[in-house]
Design a protein around this ligand. Structure first.
Ligand SMILES: NC(=O)c1ccc[n+]([C@@H]2O[C@H](COP(=O)([O-])OP(=O)(O)OC[C@H]3O[C@@H](n4cnc5c(N)ncnc54)[C@H](O)[C@@H]3O)[C@@H](O)[C@H]2O)c1
Length: 442
């Protein structure tokens, strides 16, 4: 079986490599010349654990190839997956579908024979229908189907998530398309992965509903963390006590500086707009977006308060820049508004991130000092701030960190450290939603 994957980013590249691992022949078509050159040279344009090995093995086996020529990529493909970006459209919060529709128009012009066009990108309800219209306009009489196959993988554990997902959702309306997708996902069916077949609109909405629910869960525990600080409770114990209830579940109950990344912020915004346009606004989603935005911008005030009310002329060491560990993705990371505010207020920022520094350069203010490692970031700092919970930061020696600094303020926005151990090492420690924290401010 042969398929084409349009877009070789986080989702396209991982999905392509995993399908190839299933034994499918996959042609990835990537428009960005820099990314394509890297892929062809065997270098990964993104950081994702295990991806380089999986890609190398499948390229060597002749099942995975990379090209820039769409005609070559789609020739003979039984299914063409669209895995291009769907960022927030400037100004109104809707998903920007220009990349999707541009890809569909060009693909439609090139198809010969029955093909299933599959959206793997996260697309608003109605996109599948619109794709049918576009293809019919470009190629009247073409034999094709459209399907929606939203992707639920998480950056940082993307391969495992793709290979052992909780479920696969497939929205399609013809038996023929269903058979093509069923055949593609047969290895997952064999390990008893639930495959949920639905209509196209249902599949499209399922993806947004899943992301919005998880974003709401994170936002809920963040609010509980604020409350814990006020009433002297510990949010970790609350989260454990709540999450052990099987109806609720323990995942996504970790308090922090607010959700970021390439999906939750844009998908909650897009769902908010989809629901408003449909005349069924979701107040829960709207509130989640507002509460999270306020939280992200309030984090800088929390750091400033921990530094005695001003950071002017102070050196702030920062551990972690990416929106979560095990990725180099900086899109909508809480670090961006936090560091912009701190530097705007006159702080000198020394930061280290194991994988995100290259992407950070385009997003963070000029003048930020990029450091060699965590200890380098702490060097001479008045305050140290943990923004991303990379494992390597957990293992740092408190004594060495403290000795590298000139001040003693430690603001742990991910609660990776034991407050008692840090206090003992001489830090003025504050975390999120714990009794040792200072009261929330700003
Ligand atoms: N990143 C995630 O964790 C994740 C998880 C689930 C779903 N998604 C969804 O998947 C989609 C893709 O996300 P991503 O993070 O992989 O984005 P990305 O920006 O990393 O990748 C998109 C790629 O598509 C390429 N591209 C754009 N137009 C093209 C064209 N016409 N032909 C060939 N290549 C083209 C771009 O150059 C880019 O490399 C989005 O809709 C996103 O919401 C992302």
């Amino acid at each position: 079986m042969r398929i084409a994957m349009i877009g070789g980013g986080y989702v396209g590249l991982v999905s392509a490599a995993c399908f190839a691992e299933f034994g499918v022949e996959v042609a990835v078509v990537e428009a960005d010349a820099g990314k394509l050159a890297a892929l062809r040279a065997g270098r990964m344009p993104i950081y994702e654990p295990g991806l380089d090995k999986l890609v190398a093995e499948n390229v060597a086996a002749g099942r995975l190839s990379f090209g820039g020529d769409l005609a070559e990529g789609v020739a003979g493909a039984e299914a063409v997956f669209i895995a291009v970006g769907t960022p927030t459209r400037r100004g109104d919060g809707h998903a920007d579908l220009s990349y999707v529709y541009a890809a569909v128009e060009r693909v439609a012009a090139l198809l010969d024979g029955y093909t299933v066009i599959v959206t793997k990108s996260t697309v608003p309800v109605g996109t599948g229908r619109r794709i049918v219209e576009i293809v019919q306009q470009v190629r009247p009489g073409l034999d094709f189907d459209v399907a929606s196959n939203p992707e639920f993988l998480r950056e940082g554990s993307a391969i495992e998530d793709f290979m052992r997902p909780d479920r696969v959702v497939i929205g399609c309306e013809s038996a023929r398309a269903r058979e093509v997708l069923r055949a593609l996902y047969r290895p997952l069916y064999l390990i008893e992965t639930p495959i949920v077949f639905t209509g196209i609109e249902t599949a499209e909405l399922t993806k947004y509903a899943a992301n919005a629910f998880l974003a709401m869960k994170v936002t809920f525990i963040n609010e509980m963390a604020d409350l814990c600080e006020r009433v002297g409770a510990d949010v970790h114990d609350v989260a454990r006590g709540v999450g052990l209830d099987g109806r609720i579940g323990r995942k996504f109950l970790h308090p922090g500086p607010g959700f970021g990344g390439s999906c939750f912020p844009k998908d909650t915004l897009a769902l908010m707009r989809i629901a408003q346009d449909a005349g069924a606004p979701s107040r829960l989603v709207e509130t989640t977006v507002a509460v999270n935005d306020a939280r992200k911008s309030g984090m800088a005030a929390r750091i400033i308060a921990a530094c005695g009310g001003s950071v002017r002329g102070k050196v702030i060491g920062v551990l972690g820049l990416t929106f979560k560990p095990e990725t180099d993705d900086m899109r909508d990371s809480p670090s961006v508004p936090i560091l912009a505010r701190l530097m705007g207020d006159g702080a000198v920022v020394r930061a280290f991130d194991p994988e995100g520094m290259e992407q950070a350069r385009g997003l963070l203010p000029n003048g930020m000092i990029y450091c060699r490692d965590a200890l380098d970031a702490a060097q001479g700092a008045d305050a140290l701030v943990v923004i991303t919970e990379w494992n390597e930061f957990r293992a740092l020696s408190p004594a060495r960190l403290r000795a590298a600094m000139r001040g003693k303020v430690l603001v742990d926005l991910r609660n990776i450290y034991d407050p008692a151990a840090m206090t003992q090492a001489g830090f003025a420690y504050s975390g999120i939603g714990r009794q040792t924290s200072m009261p929330a401010s700003g």
